[in-house]
Design a protein. Structure first.
Length: 367
């Protein structure tokens, strides 16, 4: 809105010409998101405490987590607000990339809100029934698919995706691409949700991942940079940099309150929406396979749960007595039960996330 109002006035007041630069608007979005988080955070936390919207701790969870019971949840409201406002103010809302990304983020935010509402306010332990949540994720995948198949700018690379480490190599999924979209959006949103189990863990990793996508979005929208680095040039995708920068600022601002000992948890409204945003970014920027590296820790957390459940069922069926592959899954709890302090697990996972981010950037030239 601010962009659409101020930029046309550049002919009257020339300094407003600065709004044409994505770098300026991205930096502004990150700073604004950070400020919104700092200002809104205490207000939201106070209101959540006032209405006794607190976290319920599973009785089979690590014993050290029981003291967290009652900590305000649904703090994802802080993140969502700090993402949406700067994007609406500073991004070109006529850009189709921005539109579908906002829809994706808000859509999963609403599903997460319903889940949190049922668990924290209605005191329904399981929250939103899993099949309804999955239905919402599949519907979002269908919406994104419809958008991609009806956007003329995508005619030349609608169903293709790039492959990391290989020069001039793309994979065309053809009729299977809609399935790929559903898998990426569903998998990423659930993976972030599973990772959000320790103070600051998910928020820090999200900030790292969105930072990488900021670089990718900017490069993909520049014909010179994309040609030099040999990645798919996507006209208009540079505008996504404003959104990703806002995500970085929002996550860092939220982390101020979520760092141990956490004053607030993001809840499903935060984890599902940011996870969906990551997945949608990967789809829009043709980096579905690279997402496995960028969000490597998220992937590992999700895989640990799948392996744990599969091994548990297999041993129960074969030996009559179930066994566990990890002490607890997601596997950040495994390290806790091995005696690692929570802060050590979080910081080491952040370090891994940073290393994966650096590896991602190197893939642009290792071809």
């Amino acid at each position: 809105m601010l962009y659409h109002f101020l930029y046309p006035l550049r002919e009257i007041f020339s300094p407003l010409n600065i709004f044409q630069y994505i770098t300026f608007r991205s930096a502004s979005a990150a700073i604004l998101a950070l400020l919104i988080s700092f200002i809104l955070g205490p207000v939201i936390i106070r209101k959540l405490s006032q209405f006794q919207i607190g976290e319920e701790i599973h009785e089979y969870g690590p014993e050290s987590h029981h003291k967290k019971k009652g900590t305000p949840t649904m703090g994802g409201i802080i993140i969502l607000t700090a993402i949406i406002l700067p994007t609406v103010l500073l991004a070109d809302l006529k850009n189709p990339f921005v539109g579908i990304l906002l829809i994706s983020t808000i859509w999963m935010g609403l599903i997460g809100f319903i889940d949190d509402y049922l668990k924290s306010i209605k005191k329904m332990k399981k929250g939103l029934v899993a099949r309804y949540k999955l239905t919402g994720q599949i519907l979002l995948g269908i919406i994104i698919t419809f958008w991609i198949y009806n956007t003329p700018a995508w005619d030349n690379f609608r169903t293709v995706t790039s492959l990391p480490f290989f020069k001039d190599t793309v994979i065309d999924f053809g009729m299977l691409y809609p399935l790929m979209i559903v898998l990426v959006v569903t998998g990423t949103s659930n993976a972030v949700n599973l990772t959000d189990g320790l103070d600051g863990l998910a928020a820090g990793l999200l900030a790292i991942s969105f930072s990488v996508f900021s670089i990718i979005a900017y490069i993909s929208g520049r014909v010179d940079f994309s040609d030099y680095l040999n990645i798919i040039y996507l006209p208009g995708s540079g505008e996504l940099t404003i959104f990703t920068a806002a995500c970085v600022g929002a996550c860092l601002g939220y982390l101020w309150f979520n760092a141990a000992p956490a004053e607030v948890f993001m809840g499903d409204i935060g984890s599902l929406s940011t996870g969906a945003a990551l997945g949608t970014l990967a789809i829009l920027l043709k980096k579905e396979f690279l997402l496995v590296i960028i969000g490597g820790v998220f992937v590992a957390e999700a895989v640990s749960v799948i392996l744990q459940v599969s091994y548990f069922r297999y041993t129960k069926k074969k030996y009559g007595e179930p066994k566990k592959l990890f002490r607890m899954a997601p596997f950040h709890h495994h390290f806790e039960l091995k005696g690692w302090p929570e802060s050590r697990v979080v910081i080491r996972f952040w370090i891994i996330g940073l290393l994966l981010a650096l590896l991602t950037i190197t893939t642009f030239k290792i071809r």
